[in-house]
Design a protein around this ligand. Structure first.
Ligand code: AHR
Length: 306
């Protein structure tokens, strides 16, 4: 990498091999583990050195992790920012240090840092669209009448912000779709269970759950069953990801549907870096295509899931 001009992104020289950093946000769910594995597999396949860090759910540690990658003079940084605002300094420091940075999976606040200007590109799912698809499915499944408990992902993260936005847009014109309670479950199964337990006590009238990921919906299913409810029968659930346990919950008739969010970033991310070194124009935003799982295809999709 060479130093960045104020009006330009850092360049990447063509080399037979690279030392690349991947700053992961946490490793507490199957989605994160699948993402990390995909990055490690691709590095091994290409014979590139991977400097891997795990921020253990701390945005401050993730900023420090990027600092350490800069100090180790990696050629490229792949960052999955835990939250939208606190990771802005990391993006800006990489630019200043002349290291091209790609955001993968999650994004940062677009008012404070822009792809194609402050970092090379964002590669990931359209989270707004994921929330919208979940909302549209729920409207159909409930004939437009539902008292919804929303389990939100990590507060301040782009998937939580955008999935909520898309879901709200989808249900906005259907007056029978009502969110009765909404709380942060931090994308984890246990937090999802705890939050569901509390919200269910306050809102026993709930007839639907929208969880921002499968792990939280699985926690919600445990809480519902403990409270004597029958997920999939007296309450309709929808979530996002498409992990193995989520698909199994669909097969078991407890989860209605899940919108895919593909965690396998390795091949696309590494190819984008190679293309960038080769002088190809990289689009500022590269959107992954996501599938949709319900009872029509969950069983056959189990084999390839994580
Ligand atoms: O950023 C993607 C989200 O983060 C996935 O939906 C979730 O499972 C993960 O923790």
């Amino acid at each position: 990498a060479s130093a960045a001009r104020a009006d330009d992104l850092p360049k990447l020289a063509e080399k037979p091999t690279y030392k690349v950093g991947f700053a992961q946000t946490e490793s507490n769910n199957p989605w994160r583990l699948a993402q990390t594995q995909s990055m490690k597999d691709e590095a091994a396949k290409r014979g590139w050195q991977l400097v891997y860090t795990d921020a253990n759910s701390s945005a401050a540690k993730q900023v420090a992790d990027v600092d350490s990658m800069i100090a180790q003079h990696v050629d490229v940084i792949f960052l999955s920012p835990r939250e939208e605002k606190p990771l802005i300094p990391a993006v800006m420091k990489a630019k200043k240090a002349g290291i091209p940075l790609f955001l993968i999976d999650r994004s940062v606040d677009a008012n404070l840092a822009k792809p194609g200007r402050d970092y090379v590109s964002f590669i990931g799912s359209d989270f707004v669209e994921e929330g919208r698809r979940a909302g549209e499915w729920l409207i159909k499944a409930t004939n437009g009448n539902a008292k919804i408990i929303e389990l939100q992902g990590t507060s301040g993260s782009s998937p939580a912000n955008d999935r909520k936005k898309g879901f709200m847009e989808a249900i906005a014109k259907t007056p029978g779709m009502q969110i009765v309670a909404s709380q942060d479950g931090d994308f984890t199964r246990d937090k999802g269970r705890q939050v569901m337990e509390t919200l269910l006590q306050a809102h026993p009238e709930a007839t639907a759950v929208f969880a921002h990921n499968d792990e939280m919906v699985l926690g919600a299913i445990t809480a519902l069953e403990a409270a004597g409810r029958h997920p999939g029968k007296d309450i309709t659930l929808v979530s996002i990801d498409g992990e193995k346990d989520g698909l199994q919950a669909i097969v078991d008739g407890k989860l209605g549907a899940t919108v895919e969010c593909n965690p396998r970033f390795g091949p696309g991310a590494f190819q984008a870096a190679a293309d960038y070194a080769g002088g190809k124009k990289i689009p500022p935003i590269v959107v992954n295509k996501d599938h949709f799982y319900d009872k029509s295809n969950a069983s056959e999709s189990l084999a390839g899931s994580y």
